[in-house]
Design a protein. Structure first.
Length: 231
C-alpha cells in the first residue's frame, strides 16, 4: 500500500529564548490569553479612531501568540527565525543507480515536481537557478548549490546568499533488494516567520504535502518506465 511506503512527519525546531521569556505557555495561560484577545477585538469593533486600532492590534497579536504558542517576533519573521523541517521516505521499485540518476538530473525536476517550473544548471555543474511557484501562485526564484554528492548514496544542497527562501536539505538512497529507499529532509526559513507559515497553510500551501506528492509522482514514473525519464 502506498500509505505504508510514504511517511513524512513535519517538525519545527524552536530556538532557545531568554529564561525570562517563556517559549511555551501552559494551556491555561493560552486559554486566558485567547479570552483577553477576543475581548480586546470586541471592544475595538465597538469603537472608532486610534484607540480602536490599538485595541484591535493588541487583540490580534495576543490571539496569535496564544494560538501558535510562539514568541511574537518569530511569528512575523523578526529576531531569531525558526527553521521548519519536513521529511519523507518512500520505497521505489527501481534500481538505485536509476533512482539516483533521476535525482542528479536537476533540469528534469519540473517533470515530477509540480511547483518547480524551471531549473537551469550553471557551467560548474554544481550550482543552479530555480523558478518555483509559491503560495497563491507567486513565482519565487533562487540559486542553490550541491554541497555533497556521493553516487548511489547522498545528495546534499543549500540555497545561496540572497535567495528568497533560505533552505538546505539532503536526499539519501539505500538499496533494498531490487528497489531503492529514498529519504528526503529539508530545512527552511519560512518567509514572514511562523505567521507566514500559518497564512500559507490556510490557503493550501503545505510544503510537506507537496513533497509527498512529488515523491509519489517520481515513484510512479520510475516504476512505469523502463528507460530514462522523459518530458
Amino acid at each position: 500500500m502506498v500509505a505504508n511506503e510514504l511517511e513524512g512527519p513535519v517538525d519545527v525546531a524552536r530556538p532557545a529564548l531568554a529564561p525570562a521569556l517563556p517559549r511555551h505557555w501552559p494551556t491555561g495561560w493560552r486559554l486566558v490569553a485567547g479570552g483577553v484577545a477576543l475581548g480586546l477585538m470586541m471592544r475595538a469593533s465597538a469603537r472608532r479612531g486610534p484607540l480602536a486600532l490599538v485595541l484591535g492590534g493588541a487583540g490580534v497579536a495576543l490571539g496569535l501568540r496564544a494560538i501558535a504558542d510562539r514568541p511574537l517576533p518569530t511569528l512575523v519573521g523578526l529576531g531569531e527565525v525558526e527553521n521548519a523541517h519536513i521529511s519523507a521516505t518512500i520505497r521505489i521499485e527501481a534500481p538505485i543507480d536509476r533512482v539516483f540518476a533521476a535525482w542528479s538530473d536537476l533540469e528534469r525536476f519540473p517533470t515530477f515536481m509540480k511547483h518547480v517550473r524551471d531549473v537551469v544548471v550553471y557551467g560548474d555543474g554544481h550550482s543552479s537557478c530555480w523558478l518555483v511557484i509559491g503560495p497563491a501562485g507567486v513565482p519565487i526564484e533562487f540559486d542553490a548549490e550541491i554541497t555533497t554528492l556521493v553516487p548511489g548514496n547522498l545528495i546534499a544542497w543549500r540555497s545561496l546568499a540572497g535567495s528568497a527562501v533560505r533552505h538546505h536539505g539532503t536526499v539519501r538512497f539505500t538499496a533494498e533488494g531490487g528497489g531503492t529507499r529514498v529519504h528526503v529532509r529539508i530545512a527552511y526559513e519560512p518567509p514572514a516567520g511562523a505567521l507566514g507559515s500559518l497564512i500559507a497553510a490556510s490557503i493550501g500551501a503545505d510544503p510537506a504535502r507537496w513533497l509527498r506528492a512529488d515523491l509519489l509522482r517520481l515513484k510512479r514514473r520510475l516504476e512505469r518506465e523502463s528507460g530514462p525519464l522523459e518530458t
